[in-house]
Design a protein around this ligand. Structure first.
Ligand code: NAP
Ligand code: GCO
Length: 264
């Protein structure tokens, strides 16, 4: 059974792996045996990320790369192939969100979110697929969202992107499953990272943020998730244990999608 979940000798690229969910997933894949490469769009975050991996005794190869820049992504993949090896596992984790009511949101802001959260997973997947085809196997894991299934005020661009990412996941599975390449999604619930910090910020009087209370009432687990909650699902989808799982979005949400919510 250990062999089934082992990633020994595999090369994994986690986009946005300097912190947050990407970092937690990268640590999990490393502890299952994978060699880790990650990118950041900022030098300061890259350095902080490299230090964080070293602090827990892990070696990671870090690169500066904007995932929306196709030429830069192609160069990143070639550099990783030279430094680490041909990529066996891709986690499309990099993502942004803008919480703006539609009528106040510029088309430019909408496009920026779509660019990072949907166009970039296409760009990076397209860059790694040739190597996976040469090797005769591959795993692509797209980090989806509750917003792949649900709408919410002010996150139209993000929901559109994450809904599209669900269907991109299914389409990669459809197109490359015959070559022993599996593409699945992980749909985290509400996770305590910098991306959701504003939704958890207590009031000046120390009172909990209304959205914090709301999410706890909508989650059977009655808590926010932490990035480490995604470790096991990520290792499963990156390993041979999931070789007949394809086009699936694995929701890791504490039960949000199954629950009408606690009666006030
Ligand atoms: P985060 O801490 O803000 O991490 C987002 C990461 O994306 C950062 O590492 C950032 O890298 C990277 N990134 C953004 N734009 C980039 C670009 N153009 N090029 C390269 N990297 C870029 O947020 P998180 O919560 O860990 O989110 C990670 C993923 O999980 C996102 O796709 C998010 O949509 C998704 N998600 C989050 C939650 C949640 O509740 N937190 C739930 C469901 C899904 P640098 O800052 O280092 O450049
Ligand atoms: C929001 C949150 C969510 C989470 C996540 C939920 O504003 O509603 O940021 O979108 O980030 O995607 O799965």
């Amino acid at each position: 059974m250990d062999e089934l979940f082992s990633l020994k000798g595999k090369t994994a690229l986690i986009t946005g792996g300097a912190h947050g969910i990407g970092f937690a997933i990268a640590v999990a894949l490393a502890r299952a045996g994978a060699n880790i490469a990650f990118n950041s769009s900022r030098k300061d975050h890259l350095e902080e990320g490299l230090a964080a991996y070293r602090k827990i005794g892990l070696t990671a190869h870090g690169y500066i790369c904007d995932v929306t820049d196709e030429q830069a992504v192609q160069a990143l993949v070639q550099q990783i192939e030279a430094d680490v090896g041909t990529i066996d596992i891709l986690v499309n984790n990099a993502g942004i969100i803008k919480r703006i009511p539609m009528c106040d949101m510029s088309a430019e802001d909408f496009r920026k979110v779509i660019d990072v959260d949907l166009n970039a997973p296409f760009i990076v997947s397209k860059a790694v697929l040739p190597g996976m085809l040469r090797k005769g196997h591959g795993k692509i894991i797209n980090i989806c969202s509750m917003m792949s299934e649900l709408g919410r005020e002010t996150v139209s661009a993000y929901a559109a992107a994450k809904g599209g990412l669900k269907m991109l996941t299914r389409n990669i599975a459809a197109e490359y499953g015959q070559y022993n390449i599996q593409c699945n999604g992980i749909g985290p619930g509400y996770i305590a990272t910098s991306q959701t910090a504003a939704l958890r910020q207590p009031g000046p009087d120390g009172a909990p943020h209304p959205f914090d209370q709301f999410i706890r009432s909508k989650t059977p687990a009655a808590r926010w998730g932490v990035p480490e909650d995604l470790a096991g699902p990520a290792v499963f989808l990156a390993s041979d244990a999931s070789n007949f799982v394809n086009g699936h979005i694995l929701y890791v949400d504490g039960g949000i999608l199954a629950y009408i919510g606690k009666q006030p």
